[in-house]
Design a protein around this ligand. Sequence first.
Ligand code: GZL
Length: 305
Amino acid sequence: GFAFVSLTAVVAAAEKKLTVGFAQTGAESAWRTANTNSMKTEADKRGINLKFADGQGQLENQIRAVRSFVTQRVDVIVIAPIKTTGWDNVLREAKRAKIPVVIMDRQIETTDETLFHCFVGSNFYEEGQMAVEWLAKNRDERTKIVELQGTPGSAAANDRRKAFADGLAKHSDLKIIDSQSGDFSRAKGKEVMEAFLKKHGKAIEIVYAHNDDMALGAIQAIEEAGLKPGKDIIIVSVDAIKEAVQAVADGKISVTVECNPLFGPKIYDTIDKILKGEKVERVSYNKDELFDSTNAAARVSTREY
Ligand code: GZL
């Protein structure tokens, strides 16, 4: 009767809201902002209590955040690791506290694979392969490449660089004449491109940028040097943020390989399965496509990030 219902209601109400501790990389790019927004809006939609920590691009900040999530005894910890290494100790603390850890976006290297439950993100090596194979087919006579690398030590920069270099081995006339980190940011991408232009001038024919924010910074530097991006220098990039897909439609970027950041729903679905004791894939990749002059104009208006 009445007493039973009220007891049920009380129990239901008291049922602990899922609390997730999320240690985000930073706020270095439009991709990252979209990723953060996806995690926050989806948590709100699902009534999840999301404890958000911005690593501000510093590994020690992220490690400190994970440590505090352990102290707060959150239900699950999600990490988008700035760099691949340095995680074992704090992950051991989470393991001792029996708090499952989901690695998202960028992979980590660890000696003990029981230190995290699963990985959900993109296949950066595949993105690098798509970039170099597109270039090999569409570069006309161009051969000299300058590379804007992502954050040193990050899985995204490591794998996009390795895949591109592996692809170049099959096209020996294509060669990287200079390579430097622009740390995935627009400002640094512009700065490094200015330095490349000073050093190499018109020898530069191709830019390979590990993300669109650096590509868009490079476009500013190229135009300020009185050159035409997409004509004098072609640009190959990754992420497919809306602004870059528009730049492809405008003929300034030649191709951008998608790296979808909107995987909040997939992360929380994965967490639900983990907490129910259901099996989840150890590694789960998001699907990526690419945008060039054949599809950018038609698709730019529907881009969500
Ligand atoms: C890729 C992600 C990278 C993006 C950059 O999944 O880790 O970090 O490519 C972002 O835009 O800064």
